[in-house]
Design a protein around this ligand. Structure first.
Ligand SMILES: [Fe+2]
Ligand SMILES: [Fe+2]
Length: 294
């Protein structure tokens, strides 16, 4: 005799299939391009600039971004930078790697044709550049690791946004980026963007500290031995969320920075957060504009 399923059982089945589908979509993402790590090892090995130039020149998107950034107001050049070699020398190793990682990451954030895609990418770049400002202030040494984790911390949203639009007829933009928001994602779709991000990062064979930070950036206390690093990613995420967006003169009122113990942990005061915002909007405006364009 066939028993009819209860409403609760149908819901459970629906969640199970939905989560399987979402995880499968995450696992199908193409691998993260390894050009960034190749360039990093060339620079670490002090390889001749010609080798770095040759490697980059195979990738037109990255080459274009590097030239665009070298020619942005940020570098205040008197004459136009036309050659890749000149641009590489001008940017320096750290900024060069940052541009390459950002150009690789844009592959996963869509074409920027929707508001969700644009906002998610802008938030990711803002978080990454904020991480550089904070790292400099607190003398944190793992600058590039922090930059990569900060840039990709919300990578799970690229997949979850798609399902959210289909199943909830709304975007994750309306779901808050805190623990309450995480619970809301799990209730609605059976999985949250942190867990999904962790799956993606491990599939990409990212270093364990970056994968842990992506997987726990809203609950750093769950990151085990990577808690300290994850706290830092959590902090720069909150800072980036608190900065006013373009055409929005009001700071994000929903983010109460002082109530989060992570700020005290790293000795970040309210005055310092204002300075970080100022540095991002003035000192880094050119980089933000170039990297923020999808
Ligand atoms: Fe997040
Ligand atoms: Fe975020």
């Amino acid at each position: 005799m066939i028993r009819e399923l209860s409403g609760h059982e149908i819901d459970a089945l629906h969640y199970e299939l939905l989560v399987k589908d979402i995880v499968a979509a995450a696992e199908k993402l193409p691998p993260f391009p390894d050009i960034a790590w190749k360039i990093m090892s060339l620079l670490t090995a002090m390889a001749p600039i010609k080798e770095v130039e040759e490697l980059i020149s195979y990738d037109q998107v990255i080459t274009a971004k590097i030239l665009q950034l070298a020619n942005s107001v940020y570098y205040g050049q008197q004459s136009e930078v036309r050659s890749l070699k000149e641009a590489i020398l001008l940017l320096g190793n750290n900024r060069l790697i940052q541009v390459v990682i950002a150009a690789c990451a844009t592959l996963y954030y869509g074409s920027g044709s929707s508001r969700d895609e644009r906002e998610l990418w802008e938030h990711s770049v803002t978080t990454a550049l904020t991480s550089q400002i904070v790292a400099c202030r607190i003398h944190y040494e793992g600058v590039l690791t922090l930059y990569t984790a900060a840039l990709l911390h919300d990578i799970g949203k690229t997949i979850l946004n798609f399902y959210s639009k289909i199943y909830l007829q709304s975007s994750l933009r309306e779901i808050r980026g805190d623990s309450e928001g995480i619970r809301a994602e799990r209730r609605a779709l059976g999985i949250d963007h942190q867990e999904l991000g962790g799956i993606i990062a491990r599939n990409w064979k990212f270093p364990p500290d970056i994968a842990a930070a992506i997987e726990h950036h809203h609950n750093p206390e769950k990151a085990g031995r990577y808690e300290e690093f994850t706290c830092l990613v959590h902090l720069v995420d909150l800072l980036a969320l608190s900065f006013p967006k373009k055409n929005d003169k009001q700071p994000n009122k929903g983010i109460d920075l002082e109530s989060d113990p992570v700020f005290e942990k790293f000795g970040i005061t309210r005055e310092m957060t204002d300075e970080f915002q100022n540095e991002l909007e003035t000192g880094m405006a050119g980089v933000l504009r170039v990297l923020g364009a999808v």
